[in-house]
Design a protein around this ligand. Structure first.
Ligand code: NAD
Length: 305
């Protein structure tokens, strides 16, 4: 069997189109332009790339993008003061503080100082609790993107056996909550799971969010299962030649061994081009959802969980 490829790039483009349509509707009918504020502290190169990409896509969908770049040694009080200003700014509907933060800043404190209604990353403890109790919340972007891909592929997920590998607050745990919300039978596996291969083999849906290159081989996958690979890992790829400094070129791989898994699975997401593009698309979707809620308007169908 050769798995169907779940094209995250294409679905992300569809989500962005939907977002752009909603932005146009908000502008035309209500004279409101959704706005997303992104706060970057320090100069982490990967974070800079993410922030640039988020800002670009925000503008492309017709929204306002506000970027706040702070020095790496910014005192916590200054960051909290900026968040307070953004919380009270009616032009700002979504606030995202790019993680990781420099070590002297308390990540939990910072995230929980964002107004939950503007917390488009869905990391505020109030949104975590709301998701866990089935109330309307802001849903973390990466798991929301995974859920959208699963719904797109399967329609209803009710009754399916799902295994989420990884129990992080930003991917594994919210992913499990979302699958439970769609009536899957959910197992969360992690580094202490006794029989990981056996656990994964029972799953109709496997979501791998570990951060270990190609750790899930095809012979762990139940024939016909759907595999969502969240992992983004850079590995050396000497077959691609060498860089100017003589080091081998590299490439991105997921947490799943794509070749062997694709030979067994019914459907699988590639890396790159799977979950990654959906994450930013869902950030834009969350911003529109937050804007509609803030203005007492009906929120668009299909852009949240
Ligand atoms: P994390 O390090 O916070 O969590 C990893 C989890 O994997 C932990 O819960 C741990 O228990 C589990 N784990 C570690 N070793 C294991 C093992 N041998 N067997 C089973 N479980 C094990 O990571 P995270 O933030 O959840 O991210 C996971 C991966 O997803 C990373 O590669 C990250 O880059 C990627 N990621 C991708 C996106 C995206 O947009 N595509 C977004 C977020 C994270």
């Amino acid at each position: 069997m050769t798995a169907e490829i779940i094209d995250g790039k294409a679905l992300a483009a569809t989500v962005r189109e939907k977002v752009a349509g909603q932005v146009a509707r908000l502008k035309e009918n209500h004279q409101i332009t959704p706005g997303l504020a992104v706060v970057l502290v320090g100069e982490d190169p990967a974070s800079q790339v993410y922030v640039r990409s988020k800002g670009k896509q925000t503008v492309e969908t017709g929204m306002n993008s506000y970027e706040h770049k702070l020095e790496a040694d910014t005192p916590e009080a200054d960051l909290l003061a900026l968040i307070d200003t953004l919380n009270n700014d009616p032009e700002v509907h979504g606030i995202l503080v790019q993680l990781p933060l420099p070590g002297h800043l308390d990540e939990d404190l910072v995230i929980n100082s964002i107004s939950p209604e503007k917390d488009v990353d869905g990391f505020h403890v109030s949104n975590v609790g709301r998701l866990g109790t089935g109330q309307k919340s802001m849903v973390p972007c990466t798991p929301l993107g995974c859920l959208m891909m699963l719904r797109e592929h399967h329609g209803r997920l009710s009754g399916m056996d799902a295994v989420v590998i990884g129990r992080s607050n930003i991917v594994g745990k919210p992913m499990a909550q979302l699958l439970l919300g769609d009536s899957c039978t959910v197992t969360i596996a992690h580094s202490r799971t006794r029989d990981l291969p056996g656990t994964v083999r029972r799953a109709d849906i496997v979501v791998a969010a570990v951060g270990r290159p190609q750790m899930v081989p095809g012979d762990w996958i139940k024939p016909g299962a759907t595999v969502i690979d969240v992992g983004i890992n850079r590995i050396a790829a000497p077959e691609r030649g060498v860089n100017e400094d003589g080091s081998p070129k590299s490439r991105l791989v997921g947490d799943v061994d794509f070749e062997s898994a694709a030979a067994v699975a019914g459907a699988i997401t590639p890396v790159p081009g799977g979950v990654g593009p959906m994450t930013i698309a869902c950030l834009l979707a969350n911003t529109v959802t937050a804007c509609c809620r803030a203005n007492g308007l009906d929120e668009p169908e299909g852009l949240t969980a």
